[in-house]
Design a protein around this ligand. Structure first.
Ligand code: BG6
Length: 495
């Protein structure tokens, strides 16, 4: 697919996401000569800035992200693409003036991608206004809309939002972002599985004991109290990013890599997840909140001490769940997913634990360490693929140790690419394979809804964990067997 010149109209262009992700990503695409000739970026914001001020702000956004990477010549070229449109997205005037700007200034390509980097509460209104002003008409070029998560607050609200926006847009015009799908290491899960024949015969219930997906962060909630206290870890990370990782690990090979075939297979996984009845929520899900603790040698406060968090908040900053996929490949294999803020380390990993060999041949010898094989996929910050095996230690005794075969993803001279670069380029190409189809979002909500509903009414108690730890000890109760436990390290755990 070829990227076509377009006008990137960013709503919320002066906000945090635009500052730390969108503008730097567009700049890097330009630096790599990936933005088609003629592409323009129209920032829409409420602040009373003129063009000059916007260019200064844009420069700061880009410099702040990667100071060592800033190139004045590239920025001059990039800044020629930038425009600022001042307006209040809640006012009709913003849109009539937008139409004028787009028509008056001949330099704006007729293909337009609208990026909604705004509060989800405003999605519907903005789309209605854009539609009323005929900005979605595709008479002279395509129109695409990129929507940030969260798509809805639960199943009902996601369905209501979908109903509303489908009045204005076709599914082909909607690009629902889950930025995890733009990460190179996440896409590598598919390559690892489907470009290597070696593991495929083992990738099922006959050989795999269980699978863990962990996303931990050492940071707290920063200045996002308003959003986070209403969302919590389950909505913020688990319903979206972690379930997406699960689909990639568990899906069947798609017929092809085109958007529909890929997403069909992902949806099949979500549909096959065994529903968690309300009465089984405690056996399948665990929530907790961080209390004060130490991170990187520094004392940090608890969640309830964060600015803007009510003293009686029951919002979870840690969520863990156990899921079963009731299909031919995975029946009986538990998938454990966990995420948390203010944990010991910032890290995302997928850890696949294989079964033990059927016979313990080495009983009665000095073999101490008979670890199962693990396949470890490091998503970030360490990007790696490792297969752990048991080998004999050199020497006269029959002792063993674990070692890992390393197929790491990036060579030292290969630069990381931010997920948003990939995704913003895909929009220009019209490639929706890394964006969510509505049924994916819908099934993901179906999975977590019973848990959220149960937690919403249990307002007396929430477990806690000290900031800087690996989360609450009691979350162990999710494991099916004594031999299972959370895996946090990417290096062999027993030598
Ligand atoms: C966002 C969540 O979607 O993902 C944040 O809202 C979280 O709370 C972030 O910190 C994690 O993304 P990444 O790319 O930093 O792992």
């Amino acid at each position: 697919m070829k990227a076509e010149p377009c006008t990137y109209a960013i709503f919320g262009a002066t906000g945090n996401l635009s500052r730390i992700k969108l503008m730097p990503a567009l700049y890097h695409l330009d630096a790599a000569n990936r933005l088609p000739e003629g592409t323009r970026i129209l920032a829409i914001g409420r602040r009373p800035w003129d063009q000059q001020k916007w260019l200064e702000e844009a420069r700061q956004m880009i410099q702040a992200k990667a100071p060592g990477d800033f190139d004045e010549t590239v920025f001059q070229r990039f800044s020629a693409r930038l425009y600022y449109h001042q307006g209040d997205i809640k006012q009709a005037q913003c849109y009539t003036e937008l139409v004028d700007t787009l028509n008056r200034e001949n330099q704006f390509p007729k293909n337009i991608a609208f990026y909604l980097s705004i509060s989800p509460a405003d999605f519907g209104t903005v789309m209605e206004m854009l539609s009323t002003n005929r900005l979605f008409d595709e008479e002279h070029g395509w129109r695409r809309v990129i929507i940030e998560k969260p798509f809805g607050y639960d199943l009902d609200s996601a369905q209501a939002l979908q109903k509303r926006i489908s009045r204005y847009l076709t599914e082909q015009q909607i690009y629902r972002i889950d930025h995890y799908l733009g990460k190179g290491t996440v896409q590598n899960v598919l390559v690892f599985r489907f470009a290597n024949v070696m593991l495929e015969p083992l990738w099922n219930r006959n050989y795999i004991d269980h699978i863990q997906i962990t996303h931990s962060e050492d940071i707290g909630i920063g200045s996002r109290a308003d959003y986070y206290d209403n969302a919590g870890a389950m909505r913020d990370m688990l319903q979206s990013h972690l379930l997406q990782l699960l689909t990639l690990v568990a899906m069947e090979p798609p017929v092809s890599m085109d958007a529909e075939s890929l997403r069909d297979e992902k949806v099949k996984v979500l549909k096959s997840i065994r529903p968690i009845p309300r009465e089984a929520v405690h056996g399948h899900a665990f929530r907790a909140q961080y209390t004060k603790g130490r991170i990187g040698g520094e004392q940090v406060g608890g969640y309830l001490q964060e600015d803007g968090i009510p003293a009686n908040s029951m919002t979870e900053t840690y969520a863990a769940i156990k899921l079963y996929i009731d299909n031919w490949r995975w029946r009986g294999v538990p998938f454990y997913l966990r995420t948390g803020k203010r944990m010991a380390k910032a890290q995302s990993t997928i850890s696949i634990c294989f079964r033990h060999p059927p016979l313990q041949f080495f009983r009665g010898t000095e073999v101490q360490c008979m670890n199962p094989n693990w396949v470890l996929l490091g998503i970030q910050p360490e990007e790696c693929i490792r297969i752990e095996m048991t080998v004999k230690e050199p020497g006269l005794e029959m002792r063993t140790r674990s070692t890992s075969l390393d197929a790491s993803f990036r060579q030292q001279n290969e630069k990381p690419i931010d997920a948003y670069e990939d995704l913003l380029l895909d929009v220009l190409k019209g490639d929706r394979s890394l964006f969510l189809r509505f049924d994916e979002v819908e099934y993901a909500w179906r999975i977590v809804d019973p848990i959220l509903q149960t937690w919403a009414i249990e307002r007396d108690y929430i477990a806690t964990y000290p900031a800087g730890s690996w989360g609450p000890e009691d979350s162990r109760r999710l494991f099916d067997k004594e031999s299972q436990s959370w895996r946090s390290s990417l290096t062999p755990e027993c030598n």
